[in-house]
Design a protein around this ligand. Structure first.
Ligand SMILES: [Zn+2]
Length: 370
């Protein structure tokens, strides 16, 4: 989908205060060597640089300097904020503001300023699609800038604590891993989710709109959710879908390639195309440009094809080195491949290889040489 189409789709939207033309992330120069993205994803070049700075653990030295945030109107009351870290989705209305993912902590001031350009209503909910630091870094600051509604006995029992911050919402598995994380992975308690759910789905009515949180198990991690704004017809996927790189299968946090393919198919179960596969449900990826169903289809096909090739190689008894030599990602590498950064093409292949060996029952015991 082209940018011009995206911006022409916002009749009735509250105009963002910034100039809507040529946001910086759309015009930034391509960064060779960091990510080979196609030109239409110029946003991807910057996002990839930021994304490459992220690892599942966010050491201070890896956090990129704050950048100017771009406000991308998606639907009348839904906006995508592109800055440092994962994309943020904002939902505004009479109830207040819902903030899906909070990027890195050092950009919280700018994130708040951008939110205030869109709405002066209180921030009620911070939602985390998963636990990675580039999606939860601003949790504490954004939540503290908000407030929640409570009344009656609740306020009587626990006073202002019930109302003086926004709720932080996530899947139970994300909270569990945040609480257990130590060292450079540690997450401050003030950033932990205050409201979680387990099971497949949670629904909420917010700003007069049904909002559905759908857990996609064992995919990018084991605590990923997508957020579907049903009437607006917008889905925020977190890192279950990006336009900038091969899927990061965070096996240390419960991710699997089969779960990732299932998640992409789960997203496609929700999305509906409008006309000749353009438009319809808008998809806000974890990183990269605004998308629609067709973008997810292409990505799903790519991931499935690579998975199935490696599955076949494993069935033939090939070693990891032999699989890498066979170049199972060759035709997709010009767009997604990279030999640098925290998630290289080789790591992507190895993660799938290990999952496929487990699936085939040929994985070595833990600790044994492969
Ligand atoms: Zn992530």
């Amino acid at each position: 989908m082209r940018l011009t189409e995206r911006h022409s789709r916002i009749a009735g939207a509250k105009a963002p205060a910034h100039k809507p033309k040529a946001p910086a992330h759309e015009t930034a120069p391509y960064r060779p060597g960091r990510l080979k993205a196609r030109a239409c994803g110029a946003v991807a070049a910057v996002a990839a640089g930021i994304f490459a700075a992220w690892v599942s653990s966010i050491g201070a030295q890896q956090i990129p300097a704050p950048v100017e945030l771009d406000i991308v109107p998606v639907r009348s009351n839904v906006f995508m904020l592109v800055g440092s870290g994962g994309n943020t989705t904002i939902h505004i209305g009479d109830d207040g503001v819902m903030v899906v993912d909070t990027q890195f902590a050092n950009i919280s001031d700018r994130l708040l300023a951008a939110i205030r350009k869109l709405s002066d209503q209180p921030i009620r909910y911070v939602v985390n699609t998963h636990l990675h630091g580039d999606h939860i870094g601003g949790n504490e600051a954004i939540a503290k800038a908000g407030r929640f509604r409570a009344g009656g006995n609740v306020v009587g029992d626990i006073g202002a604590a019930a109302t003086d911050t926004a709720r932080i919402f996530a899947h139970e598995n994300a909270l569990t891993r945040m609480v257990k994380a130590t060292g450079e992975n540690a997450v401050a308690q003030a950033a932990w989710p205050t409201e979680t759910f387990f099971g497949r789905r949670k629904d909420m009515l917010f700003n007069g709109e049904a909002v559905q949180f759908v857990h996609m198990p064992k995919a990018h991690t084991d605590g990923d959710i997508v957020v579907f704004f049903r009437r607006s017809d917008v889905i925020a996927t977190g890192d279950l879908f990006t336009t900038v790189m091969y899927p990061f299968i965070d096996r240390a946090n419960g991710g699997t390639i089969n779960g990732y393919v299932d998640a992409l198919n789960g997203i496609l179960d929700i999305t509906v195309a409008s006309n000749v596969n353009e438009g319809g449900t808008m998809v806000i990826p974890g990183h990269g440009r605004l998308c629609d169903e067709q973008d997810v289809i292409e990505y799903r096909d790519m991931v499935t094809i690579v998975r199935d090739r490696i599955r076949e190689y494993v069935k033939r008894g090939m070693t990891l080195d032999q699989v890498k030599a066979a170049r199972p990602t060759l035709d997709f590498d010009p767009r997604y491949g990279t030999d640098t950064g925290f998630w290289t093409t080789a790591q992507f292949i190895e993660a799938i290889y290990n999952d496929m060996r487990q699936e085939a029952g040929t994985a070595p015991p833990a600790g044994a040489p492969r």
